[in-house]
Design a protein around this ligand. Structure first.
Ligand SMILES: NC(=O)c1ccc[n+]([C@@H]2O[C@H](COP(=O)([O-])OP(=O)(O)OC[C@H]3O[C@@H](n4cnc5c(N)ncnc54)[C@H](OP(=O)(O)O)[C@@H]3O)[C@@H](O)[C@H]2O)c1
Length: 328
């Protein structure tokens, strides 16, 4: 069976490609001419897709023929120009879906890698997890763009979609959570504000597994949130990181107004140089939220998913990788 994976050159995409090869699929990595091929596993075929040009994309998809499954994973989680969230996450998804329809190459299943950010954080008072039955209320440009893409896909007649909404994804090669590991490695443990944060995570190979479980399931027209099924607070997260780095670190809670100001300065200054900072105004909104719990029972019941990695095992594996690759 043939699978097309967009954004296969990125962090999650590389693991999706590797898992597909492991499961015996013919994997086609849909990437840009400029994309790095460094982490594409052996056996993957690459195809250049121009998601920005609907007509060219239609021609490219016609020439490639019909795929059994498509995993649309390309997207931006942070960007320099704020309009890029809408352009890449929504408009390119729209182009892709329209080009598939016009070229008569709609696959058996089209799985969109969305995000919990499309729903926004859970209630900070009741601390109830974000549920599938909730009304989405994204509070970031990123989340809005992911929700807009979902809604466009779901509105297509007879379009065989699946939505996977991961919480924070971490693992080898990941660069944003890595900043925290690097900081702890330098004996500092910064915290966002003074309130306890309730966090959820999923290790990248577990996410890749879930995505194939969803494709191989009987389901279509469904969505799931994905985490490892556990909940952690920010101090627990930091304690696990310190344990595996074998480092002591100074606890440094930074008041939110200061984090906000730093985010704004970084956004502006980095913008002058065309660089996208890890901490920016949009990320600040994600990082200040105190409840990122999400409902995972449907995932367990319907797909039978049980995470192989909890945070302890996952961070241990990451630290090992970061050290081996001399990132730490
Ligand atoms: N990381 C997380 O915690 C997380 C959580 C929930 C959902 N997600 C979703 O997972 C997906 C993958 O995220 P990631 O963390 O793996 O990000 P990543 O490492 O930055 O990878 C993003 C991928 O998308 C491609 N891409 C970006 N801009 C593009 C454009 N303008 N045209 C075509 N391709 C473009 C990149 O291609 P190049 O290599 O050419 O730049 C890359 O292959 C995204 O859709 C994201 O919203 C991520």
């Amino acid at each position: 069976m043939k699978i097309l994976i967009t954004g296969a050159s990125g962090f999650i995409g590389g693991f999706l490609a590797a898992e597909g090869i492991r499961r015996g699929y013919e994997i086609h990595a849909g990437i840009r001419a400029t994309s790095s091929r460094k982490y594409l596993p052996e056996g993957v075929r690459t195809v250049t897709l121009d998601l920005d040009d609907r007509e060219l994309l239609r021609q490219q998809l016609s020439a490639l023929g019909r795929f059994d499954y498509i995993i649309h994973n390309a997207g931006v989680t942070k960007c320099n120009k704020k309009t890029d969230f809408d352009r890449v996450n929504y408009q390119y998804t729209r182009h892709f879906v329209e080009a598939l329809t016009e070229s008569g190459t709609i696959p058996k299943k089209f799985l969109y890698v969305s995000s919990i950010a499309a729903y926004g954080p859970g209630n900070p008072v009741t601390l109830e997890p974000v549920r599938l039955s909730d009304t989405p209320h994204p509070d970031t440009l990123y989340g809005v763009s992911k929700l807009k893409a979902e809604r466009f896909i779901a509105a297509q007649k007879d379009f065989p979609y699946l939505f996977i909404r991961p919480t924070g994804v971490y693992g080898p090669r990941e660069k944003d959570y890595f900043v925290f590991l690097k900081t702890v490695n330098r004996h500092l443990e910064p915290a966002m504000g003074l309130k306890k944060q309730h966090l959820t995570f999923v290790y990248v190979t577990d996410l890749a597994n879930v995505i194939y479980m969803a494709l191989e399931s009987e389901y279509v027209g469904k969505a799931w949130f994905v985490s490892d099924g556990k909940e952690y607070d920010n101090r627990e997260y930091a304690a696990i990181v310190k344990k595996h780095l074998d480092k002591k670190a100074l606890y440094l809670p930074v008041p939110l107004f200061l984090v906000k100001a730093i985010s704004a300065v970084l956004d502006t200054v980095c913008g002058w140089f065309g660089v996208t900072p890890t901490l920016n105004r949009d990320k600040y909104r994600i990082m200040r939220a105190t409840n990122w719990k999400c409902e995972t029972e449907p995932l367990q019941k319907e797909l039978g998913f049980v995470a192989e990695y909890d945070l302890d095992k996952g961070i241990e594996a990451c630290v090992e990788w970061y050290k081996r690759e001399k990132w730490l």
